[in-house]
Write a protein of this length. Structure first.
Length: 56
């Protein structure tokens, strides 16, 4: 809970935010979010590129 997996770190007091950022789960969660966002971005760009190609 302290690592921000169950509730946003922003809702915790500042000293608990610091402790939460020391937990490995925090960094794993950040990496997972980055992978999901990157995958979504690549998917959107690919679909737009295919639609653009079909219109030409």
């Amino acid at each position: 809970m302290i690592s921000g997996l169950w509730m946003p770190l922003d809702t915790l007091p500042e000293f608990l935010q610091t402790v939460g950022k020391l937990c490995p789960f925090y960094w794993g969660h950040q990496d997972l979010l980055a992978i999901v966002c990157l995958t979504a971005f690549i998917t959107i760009i690919s679909v737009k590129a295919m639609n653009y190609k079909d219109k030409r």
